[in-house]
Design a protein around this ligand. Structure first.
Ligand code: SF4
Ligand code: SF4
Length: 143
């Protein structure tokens, strides 16, 4: 069995479609949803483990999601926090499901614990100053 954790970002125009269910029907894949949210901008976010009897089947399912406009990333990607830009407003701490972003009292400084980050990307769309970003570990390039 081939299994991998992926992070899916659904633009508003596809967020209401039952695309994930089609992975089962069309590609015979299994999935386990680890986290799911819809942002105030109607974008959908999902962290899930997808399993398949073959790597080829997994790749077909991922290709299908991408064709539908879903952005797919994996934990090979990593989140970074730009300390130069962060204003410590605290908005990201309200959406972070793993408490990787948290407020340290009494100074009220927002800190980022990389080890707890599930790379769900919710902080990226929430941050008003764009201090949170995503890069790929392989090339260190922004994605
Ligand atoms: S939302 Fe952005 S600016 Fe506000 S504390 Fe988080 S990283 Fe900093
Ligand atoms: S991507 Fe951002 S919101 Fe998601 S777990 Fe990591 S720090 Fe928290």
């Amino acid at each position: 069995m081939y299994a991998k954790i992926v992070i899916l970002k659904f633009p508003p125009e596809v967020a209401q479609k039952a695309l994930v269910c089609q992975l089962v029907k069309k590609f015979d894949l299994l999935f386990n949803i680890l986290n799911a949210k819809i942002s105030s901008r109607k974008e959908g976010f999902m962290v899930m483990e997808i399993s398949s009897t073959s790597r080829a089947g997994f790749k077909k399912g991922i290709a299908f999601l991408k064709e539908q406009g879903v952005r797919v990333s994996s934990p090979e990607h990593q989140i970074f926090k730009d300390e130069e830009i962060c204003t410590h407003c605290g908005a990201c701490t309200a959406v972070c499901p793993t408490r990787a972003l948290y407020i340290q009292r009494p100074g009220m400084e927002v800190l980022f614990d990389k080890e707890k980050c599930s790379v769900c990307e919710l902080c990226i769309v929430t941050c008003p100053t764009r201090a949170m970003g995503l890069f790929t570990k392989k090339t260190n390039a922004l994605v």
